[in-house]
Design a protein around this ligand. Sequence first.
Ligand code: COA
Length: 189
Amino acid sequence: MGSINPKIIELKNGMKITVKACEPPEAKLFAAFTEQVGVETPFTRFSTTGSTPSLEKTATEWQTELLRPDRLQIGAFQGDRMVGYLKFKQPYPDHVGFRHVADFGVMILKEFWQQGLTRIMMNEMELYARSIGVQRIEARVRDGNGRAMKLFESLGFKNEGTRKGAARISGQMVDEFYIGKILAESVKN
Ligand SMILES: CC(C)(COP(=O)(O)OP(=O)(O)OC[C@H]1O[C@@H](n2cnc3c(N)ncnc32)[C@H](O)[C@@H]1OP(=O)(O)O)[C@@H](O)C(=O)NCCC(=O)NCCS
């Protein structure tokens, strides 16, 4: 089951935040969260030109994903407000040649940036990944997103190459970078 032990953490500014696996009743908090994130940054799929998922779709997805070890969704909550979200998955959990690979995406409400929240959520993700035998984690970062790139590099991810014009922001084609981190050269399974 894709879950982690809930934790109450203290941010750099002293604020207390709960970090835990997302559960279906929290889907309504996710709707408000993605709407705000979409306006605050161009670097997510929820950005102004994109679309936000329906409440029903999210709740159903989360119900299914909680039961799947190859999926993990970590939410950061301040009371009943969602302030951060990380999605982790093994795209090919049943393929012997690719099940060692997982990918992720992460986003935080702007007022909570630079408080160390993403670093904490990514550490949780990495612990979980190791516990299920994942050997490599990867993601895509858009050109211009220096904030994210600097953070990911400080966590051991490497820039592995460019996807030319892979995204479009405000009508302009923008490159994306592949980033990856090897967790373990070999595992028992
Ligand atoms: C990128 C993002 C997830 C970072 O979240 P965060 O919670 O602010 O990250 P943290 O506070 O854990 O770490 C911030 C790190 O960014 C770096 N950083 C901070 N300010 C920066 C700046 N102005 N420019 C470049 N790097 C900066 C530092 O390395 C800092 O690490 P440290 O202070 O712990 O040493 C957040 O800005 C966000 O949600 N952005 C929009 C969505 C997005 O870009 N997602 C990633 C796409 S894959």
